[in-house]
Design a protein around this ligand. Structure first.
Ligand code: 4AD
Length: 457
């Protein structure tokens, strides 16, 4: 049988129309194309071979028949091999609409690179339902799967949608440094590094730098990696994540809240209307409905009442009292029950960062906000910033930040050289995606997730 197969030669019929080189998403019915990609699915049977080809732009069903199917080279094909297929595109009959509803009737093909068979075969590396840590070792291969690659496409569209939204609102994009000598969100999650003999850190947030740019560039934003040495393994914590941060000058707390809900709802609207991401979200998260404006506002103090009324205890197993942190589990129970976005506002100064402005009507609490989404919890944190010299210094002292005059002089200078009421926020990209794409953990929304115990591949 093999000898018979070896006798078959595969050659291109030069009398056919010249094949047009194309990506899968640009094919047209009736024309002859040349399409290169990876073998995503493969079914070999006598006289027929079905391939689903993947090229990063889409999936294409292809059919090989006769000599093409019987040739020896076809029997060597494996999943994830690369091939260039030549053939004519036809519409699939009703009811066989998988993968875009088109089929390539192949008349000739070339193998570009054969992937291993046997022990090393792709299916042995990536097994559905395998231990997540084994799958993470093979992340470079797992990313080829339909679900992960869909999330990454939504991610790209979401980031583009945000940039569009920021442009509409006239914010300027900047790229602050990631190697810094200041903390923003507490010393316990700092990644330290040796910077030519000096102590430095990987940035936790670009907020302080954004604040310094208001006088020169106006309202600004950045999309940059932030780093947190989070020891605990949770569904929503990474050691490195893509942080979208903005800072706005001469605004009130209420302006900030309106801005945040506008950014979120507008960017989600753009993603849902996008021809690539819209259908992917429908597949990944069929029940997703775009959040309606305005988002529900809820004060921290009222959230405590809500939690106590619903019998949800604090971390010590007791009822909530003023000053308690609302930890992940309680926060999730609340937002999942209410089942709509919540702007949780006015947290006590003691459980928030040093820079947050106190409320004029109740100085125990700050002009701060966390945006909570069902199934994920907090996706965004923001606040108005202490804009007087005295209040800022008091914050540094309260948080026990060492040598703040030496390390933060450039930040403190903002309160000396023309202060302004201002505020901003940070959005966790992976958390927004977990919400949009209904993923169990933010790890599924990061290309190569970093968390304690994992820094590869
Ligand atoms: O609430 P956070 O810590 O706020 C700040 O960093 C502010 N300085 C931002 C600002 O005002 N410019 O973080 C903001 C958001 C969180 O709401 C969350 O979505 C995300 O960043 N985040 C994380 N995402 C994944 N893994 C982690 N370890 C995260 N820590 C925060």
């Amino acid at each position: 049988k093999k000898l018979d197969a070896l006798k078959i030669t595969i050659e291109e019929d030069k009398s056919l129309p010249v094949a047009i080189k194309s990506k899968i998403n640009k094919l047209e019915i009736g024309k002859r194309f040349k399409v290169s990609g990876w073998i995503h699915r493969l079914r070999l049977q006598k006289g027929l071979a079905f391939i689903v080809l993947r090229d990063g732009y889409g999936y294409l069903q292809a059919v090989l028949s006769g000599n093409l199917a019987n040739a020896y080279q076809t029997s060597t094909l494996t999943l994830e091999s690369t091939v260039t297929l030549y053939g004519t595109v036809q519409e699939l009959p009703e009811g066989k609409q998988a993968y875009g509803g088109l089929e390539l009737v192949v008349d000739y093909y070339e193998i570009v690179g054969l992937a291993p068979s046997g022990e090393e075969a792709f299916t042995n590396k990536i097994q559905e339902g395998a231990d997540p840590s084994l799958l993470l070792d093979q992340r470079h291969l797992a990313l080829r799967g339909e679900t992960l690659s869909s999330v990454m496409k939504v991610r790209a569209v979401f980031l583009a949608a945000l940039r569009t939204t920021f442009k509409e609102l006239e914010l300027t994009e900047v790229t602050p440094p990631c190697m810094v000598q200041t903390q923003v969100e507490g010393g316990s999650t700092l990644f330290k590094l040796d910077y030519y003999g000096e102590e430095a850190y990987l940035t936790q947030s670009s907020q302080l730098y954004l604040e310094t740019l208001l006088p020169s560039l106006g309202d600004v934003y950045c999309i940059q990696e932030s780093f947190r040495a989070e020891r605990s393994h949770t569904r929503r914590h990474l050691s490195e994540y893509t942080h979208i941060e903005s800072e706005l000058a001469f605004i009130s707390f209420d302006d900030l809240l309106v801005h945040i809900e506008t950014i979120l709802s507008r960017s989600v609207e753009l993603v849902l209307n996008d021809p690539i991401a819209g259908p992917l979200i429908k597949q990944l998260n069929p029940n997703f409905v775009a959040p309606k404006l305005p988002f529900r506002r809820m004060e921290y103090i009222h959230a405590l009442d809500w939690l106590n009324e619903h019998g949800i205890p604090n971390e010590d197993g007791e009822s909530f009292k003023f000053g308690d942190d609302i930890a992940e589990a309680a926060e999730r129970k609340m937002v999942d029950t209410i089942n709509e976005p919540i702007l949780l506002i006015r947290f006590p100064a003691e459980i928030k960062s040093f820079y947050m402005k106190r409320c004029s009507d109740d100085p125990r609490v700050t002009e701060s906000v966390d945006v909570l989404m069902p199934n994920v919890g907090e996706v965004t944190g923001g606040s108005m910033r202490s804009d007087t010299y005295e209040e800022l210094i008091e914050g540094f002292k309260r948080e026990g930040i060492p040598d703040f005059m030496k390390h933060y002089y450039w930040f403190i200078d903002q309160r000396k050289y023309g202060t302004s009421p201002h505020g901003g926020y940070g959005l966790g990209t992976e958390r927004i995606l977990a919400w949009l794409c209904d993923r169990f953990t933010v790890r599924d929304c990061s290309l190569y997730p970093r968390f304690s115990g994992r820094c590869k591949p």
